[in-house]
Design a protein around this ligand. Structure first.
Ligand SMILES: Cc1ncc(C[n+]2csc(CCOP(=O)(O)OP(=O)(O)O)c2C)c(N)n1
Ligand SMILES: [Mg+2]
Length: 627
């Protein structure tokens, strides 16, 4: 029997296929690829560019920078709980390699994005082409091989018919809750334009079901036994709780059993901030409540967490000598961490099953009371931080408080790097599962504005507050232009402290006086650190004017009162607004019973570095190996 075919270029076949892919979970079906971002060059204009023009059903969006567009796609996918994403197309060479950082963001955070870098000619006769990196030992290499370690699936499609076997692999990985991350298809620029007879079946609508896999019954029964036998159990809620849409199930389990919850960066929002058993942020950027409960927990139930060093406080957070772990995770890799009892399963159905198995069980009243008191004490501390009125420049904490209190309850706040992630993790009062959007797997400066765009695309009805430091802003702010082009309004809160507050503080803690972290002119041919105090010449940079020149509405603030007025004005604005405020470089929130392993130099000519090394060595001994 002869199959019916359609003659299409590789690029046309790919775009036609992407348009037809659907995803379904819990009976809700939607298109998986919501659009395609890109910048055209000779590596994609005649192939993917032509196909996007031919098939407008995959809406094309311009970006200003290829790294930024991957951030946009990542944030979109995160906002959609991985049930939808965006495609990114680039030219060859620099356009392609600009996406590598974004690919690492996606893969580290386990978020699906499809990257289509153009590649050098498969035909080879015209090599070396513009932007081709030549290799003396093989012709089977290009800069796109750099995507391999940062992709969960990588393929180079040399011939149009090869696409037919690549596509199901691409979809399997992108839609797998356990495997997902960046998928990279390197597409030689000549192959993109070459035609083949594709079976028409390839282009029928196809639905990929996202399963809710259940845990092994025996492991689950053991988990219930362990929980019943624990004195001081603690749930550590990670991003998996939110991606699995398990927040209601988690609340039901907590209400029934009285087990308290601590939240990772990606897991913040798993419970509302005001739930009496939500202890809030755990780890390096954690608060007193969660960190104290962690210290004495004898059973840690990690749900959807990767246990990054920020969560475990570099393996010092859990100090009970007999602490054990139950890890509920779709990814076997994460479930086995810390020699845990692994529950390799979907968070929601497994929490529900645990709830049934734990019928009649409650934590000891003393444990519950202690945790509720810790929760209340922490809330009082947040009140205090929100009420600081630092002079002459406001503190970051009070500004975060203002954004939290003056934003609509359904708004989304996004941030990624700098000193804000820690302050936000501790102090942001999370009112719904999507309220707190932190990219803290890769903590990539420059994610903020580009990511904000992805959130607004995913949820146009919500206000999006992009919290960005001056360092991050300088690194990647140009998607303000895209936000205007696509009428996707962002409220950008630009915290300007003339340099790197975060790394400045880290540098001071290592005895290095903030060297190289201030935006000031050199003095005696050397960049001054904090030891120079005010005796420095600041750079004549006007970020407000910069934002205005990109087309944003800009509100400049000189005080806390200006800032709250600006927040009110920003809500009413029609297009992207940038609220510019200078805040104090030193009025930080500080740590709460925690530690992060960043080793100072073992030998140094500076007393301060030697002292820091001694302090580090003392603390380093608290790090644990779980066995
Ligand atoms: C792409 C990238 N480069 C470097 C770093 C290391 N880093 C983390 S925070 C930071 C400074 C951020 O400065 P800013 O945005 O002004 O925030 P602040 O620290 O002042 O709050 C740097 C350099 C990073 N996270 N990402
Ligand atoms: Mg800064």
């Amino acid at each position: 029997m002869k199959t019916k075919t359609e003659r299409l270029t590789l690029a046309q076949a790919l775009v036609k296929f992407l348009i037809q892919q659907q995803v379904e979970r819990d009976g809700i079906q939607q298109r998986f690829f919501a659009g395609c971002f890109g910048i055209f060059g000779h590596g994609n204009v005649g192939g993917i560019g032509q196909a996007l023009q031919q098939y407008p059903a995959l809406r094309y969006y311009q970006t200003r920078n290829e790294q930024a567009m991957v951030h946009t796609a990542v944030a979109y996918a995160k906002m959609k709980n991985r049930l939808q994403t965006l495609v990114c197309t680039s030219s060859i060479g620099p356009g392609a390699t600009n996406m590598i950082t974004g690919a690492a963001v996606a893969t580290t955070n386990r978020l699906p994005v499809l990257l289509l870098p153009g590649d050098i000619f498969a035909r080879r006769n015209v090599a070396p082409v513009l932007q081709q990196l030549e290799s003396e030992h093989t012709q089977d290499i290009s800069v796109n091989d750099c995507f391999k370690p940062v992709s969960r699936y990588w393929d180079r499609v040399y011939r149009p018919d090869q696409l037919i076997t690549t596509l199901p692999e691409m979809m399997r990985v992108l839609t797998s809750p356990a495997e997902t991350g960046a998928v990279t298809l390197a597409l030689p620029q000549d192959a993109q334009t070459e035609a083949a007879d594709y079976p028409v079946e390839l282009f029928r609508e196809r639905t990929w079901r996202i399963p809710r896999n259940r845990a092994d019954a025996q492991a689950l029964a053991t988990a219930a036994d362990w929980i019943r036998g624990a004195q001081r159990p603690l749930i550590v809620a990670g991003g998996g709780v939110i991606y699995s849409d398990a927040t209601d199930a988690l609340k039901a389990l907590v209400d029934q059993t009285g087990i308290p919850v601590a939240e990772t960066m990606a897991g913040k929002g798993s419970l509302r901030f005001d739930h009496p058993l939500n202890l809030g942020a755990i780890g390096v950027t954690g608060n007193l409540a969660a960190n104290r409960a962690a210290r004495t927990a004898d059973l840690v139930i990690g749900i959807g967490t990767r246990y990054s060093d920020f969560t475990t406080a570099s393996k010092t957070a859990f100090q009970d000598p007999n602490v054990r772990f139950i890890n509920l995770n779709v990814a076997e890799f994460d479930a086995f961490k810390h020699y845990a009892l692994p529950l390799i399963a979907d968070a929601r159905v497994t929490i529900e099953e645990l709830q049934t198995l734990l019928a009649g069980y409650q934590t000891a009243a003393a444990h519950r009371d202690t945790c509720q008191r810790l929760h209340q004490e922490w809330e009082a501390e947040v009140d205090r931080i929100y009420a600081v009125r630092h002079q002459p420049l406001p503190s970051q904490g009070e500004l975060i408080g203002a954004v939290n209190e003056l934003s609509n309850p359904d708004a989304v706040m996004i941030n990624a790097a700098g000193s804000m992630p820690g302050d936000l993790h501790k102090c942001w009062r999370t009112r719904h599962p999507k309220n707190f959007h932190l990219e803290y797997g890769y903590s990539c400066m420059g994610y903020e504005i580009a990511g904000g765009l992805g959130i607004k695309m995913a949820a146009p009805e919500r206000d999006v507050y992009v919290m960005v430091g001056d360092g991050s802003y300088l690194m990647l702010s140009n998607e303000i232009v895209t936000s205007l082009q696509e009428n996707l309004k962002l409220i950008v809160v630009l915290m300007d402290n003339s340099g790197f507050n975060s790394i400045g503080g880290l540098s001071r803690s290592l005895g290095q006086h903030g060297f190289g972290t201030r935006y000031v002119y050199p003095k005696d041919n050397r960049l001054p650190g904090d030891e120079a105090g005010d005796q420095v010449q600041v750079l004549p940079v006007d970020l407000a004017m910069n934002a205005r020149s990109l087309g944003a509405e800009v509100i400049e603030c000189a005080s806390y009162a200006d800032f709250t007025a600006a927040l009110a004005r920003a809500q009413a604005a029609e297009r992207t607004v940038v609220i510019h405020i200078r805040n104090d470089r030193y009025a930080g929130i500080g740590g709460y019973d925690s530690w992060w392993d960043v080793p100072p130099a073992e030998v140094s000519e500076m007393d301060s570095v030697r002292e820091a090394r001694q302090a580090w060595a003392a603390k380093h001994g608290d790090e644990r190996y779980f066995a």
